[in-house]
Write a protein that binds this ligand. Structure first.
Ligand code: AGP
Length: 612
């Protein structure tokens, strides 16, 4: 949550900050602000989107070659102009941007209040800048040292940028728990929560590690140390991201672009890993852990939201094909419920962003208990990727829309590869079935392409349901997690209440909700307990529910009883979730657009949840 940017060099900072904030708006968008220096610090901040900040800055003094900016997802204090970042210290000569939470802000605030500090906002961040200022004055030290000492007093998570009036030629940055990337170019530095605001200026980057602090000074080498005062050598690396991959490329929304990219992103997630000529599946990042996984007491998958749904499909795949026991846990529950973990367990974290606070904390807990911790991540170099003992990237490319689409199908593809690989190694499926499965996986991108060509049909269908108040999604077996994901997608971007259920559970409660106003999406593909699902559809129809059925091409039985049909190409059962998910993404997208919702930035949400 929250995005931060910064620039120092010889260019005008304002356009770089505004453009960067727009790229980071997916991380939070309830208010934004910037701080610039032109013979004094100028802070401009505004409730609402970055475009509102931009309008507010018109006619103001935006001349500056140094600046910091922030786009907020509120934690402490309602979204308004005052709580927006940057925040000043008491004397308004230091200002800060912050992504994270200072957990002990209240006790620090009380201590500072006794010393005469007065606070304007309700935020934890304002307390931190006052603390830095107090230490700087009391100890008579420079800003770098004052920030370092202040950070030794705080508990919590932070990625911060600090500038001061006394020395406007430097930005001090530090990180713990929240991401921070520094872009390095001749005579200039950029900072950001991810590389997207930096990519068009430089490819040389430094990912700050937890507990590190850096001084970025015009015309000087970057100075890096830990907050414990240990000097470090910066590890500068080259970005692989392209500018094109983070732009809309003619689509109305990032979400639609990302849905349409799936034939490619799915292919990218198995490219080089699936070799049909030798019938091999290889996942380099987990190669060293193959035996550990196969002989594991159990695999514990930890994730949140959509990634948790991918994990659930992973459980079905790994247990069905590789016969390895799997548990799937919400990271937020796992970390607080004293789980039984042993050295013989393998914990597999799944995350698009690689920054989700609960998933990170659950991984740390598993590591402390001696488990091997692996990860499936989309964002290269992210905290989760770096914390894991090993793992594999999904290679879906940057996902900007808050609602996860292509990252989900890439996660499922990677889990599918894992299940195939371990099943063969264990001999838990026949060689002929293994070969059939890997050959079918190769056909998935083309089949997804054919699903995407149904876009106009699904748009027409969406028009019929855009005013519904509730939705039910039903599926069995491999299609149960697809039902959960379909419901989550609809509720997060269209604000329609939706529930996903195992089809057979309907009789145990949700059936009471069914009437002629209730659209029910049933995933009723040929191989997944088909007859049983057909019976569930009959039960819905007997209560006048409106059925939208996702069926296998050529189906006749469901066609005869459902109100609307979406056909998907025939595919081996373990591959059904990838295909069945695509029309549900499109249905949610079109309904949300028709309801006038902001699909890329739904209310109250943020792309990466870096607070617990
Ligand atoms: C997906 O559409 C959601 N916005 C959300 O549930 C997301 O999947 C969840 O926050 C986990 O994020 P991660 O994959 O980046 O860890």
């Amino acid at each position: 949550m929250c995005g931060i940017v910064g620039y120092i060099g010889s260019r005008q900072a304002y356009p770089i900050l505004i453009k960067g904030l727009k790229r980071l708006e997916y991380r939070g968008y309830d208010s934004s602000g910037i701080a610039l220096y032109d013979s004094g610090l100028n802070v401009y901040k505004k409730k609402g989107k970055v475009s509102e900040l931009e309008a507010f800055c018109e006619g103001k003094n935006i001349n500056s070659t140094v600046g910091i900016g922030h786009t907020r997802w509120a934690t402490h204090g309602v979204p308004n102009d005052v709580n927006a970042h940057p925040h000043y210290g008491q004397n308004k000569d230091i200002t800060i941007i912050h992504n994270g939470i200072i957990e002990n802000y209240d006790s620090i605030k009380k201590a500072l209040s006794k010393l005469g500090h007065q606070f304007e906002s309700d935020t934890d961040t304002e307390v931190l800048v006052h603390l830095i200022e107090e230490i700087k004055t009391q100890e008579n030290i420079d800003l770098f040292e004052a920030v370092r000492l202040a950070l030794n007093e705080v508990v919590g998570a932070y990625a911060i940028g600090v500038i001061s009036q006394d020395n406007p030629d430097e930005i001090i940055v530090a990180k713990k728990g929240s991401p921070l990337v520094i872009g390095i170019n001749e005579g200039e530095y950029f900072i950001a929560s991810d590389a997207s605001p930096i990519i068009e200026y430089t490819k040389e980057v430094l990912y700050l590690e937890d507990g590190e602090i850096a001084r970025l000074c015009v015309g000087q080498e970057l100075e890096l140390k830990t907050i414990d005062n240990v000097v470090k050598t910066p590890y500068i690396q080259e970005l692989e991201m392209s500018l094109e991959s983070i732009e809309k490329g003619g689509y109305e929304h990032f979400m639609l672009k990302e849905i349409f990219e799936q034939p490619k992103s799915i292919a990218d997630s198995f490219r080089g890993r699936l070799k049909l000529d030798t019938a091999e599946v290889k996942l380099g990042g987990i190669a060293d852990y193959e035996n550990k996984i196969i002989n594991a007491n159990k695999i514990i998958i930890i994730a949140c939201g959509t990634s948790w749904h991918a994990g659930l499909i992973g459980e079905y795949l790994l247990e069905d094909l590789a016969r390895i026991p799997v548990e799937v846990e919400y990271a937020s529950e796992f970390r607080y419920r004293n789980p039984v973990i042993t050295e013989n367990d393998v914990v597999l974290a799944i995350s698009q962003s690689g920054e989700t606070a609960d998933t990170l904390a659950a991984m740390k807990l598993a590591k402390d208990k001696g488990a091997t911790v692996l990860a499936i991540c989309n964002v290269v170099g992210s905290s989760i990727a770096r914390l894991s003992d090993g793992g594999t990237y999904t290679h879906a490319g940057p996902e900007i829309g808050v609602a996860s689409t292509k990252a989900f199908t890439a996660q499922v593809t990677v889990l599918t590869l894992m299940a195939f690989m371990f099943a063969r190694k264990k001999g838990s499926i026949s060689e002929s079935y293994y070969r059939e499965l890997i050959t079918e996986l190769e056909t998935v991108p083309a089949k997804v392409e054919s699903m995407i060509s149904m876009n106009s049909y699904i748009e027409e269908l969406s028009a019929k349901f855009k005013d519904a108040q509730n939705f039910l999604y039903l599926g069995r077996g491999y299609n149960f997690p697809v039902a959960l994901e379909g419901a989550l997608k609809l509720k997060e971007i269209s604000y329609i209440h939706a529930e996903g259920y195992p089809a057979a559970e309907m009789k145990h409660g949700p059936i009471a909700l069914i009437d002629e106003n209730m659209p029910i999406v049933v995933i009723a593909t040929k191989k997944g307990h088909y007859e049983k699902v057909v019976s569930n559809i009959q039960e819905v129809k007997a209560r006048n529910g409106v059925v939208i059925a996702v069926v296998t091409q050529g189906d006749t039985a469901v066609k005869a009883i459902a109100d609307y049909i979406i056909e998907i190409p025939e595919v081996a059962e373990p591959l059904t979730p990838i295909l069945a998910n695509i029309p549900l993404q499109l249905l949610s997208y079109h309904i949300a657009v028709m309801r006038g919702c902001n699909v890329d930035q739904p209310r109250n949400l943020a792309k990466s949840v870096t607070v617990e």
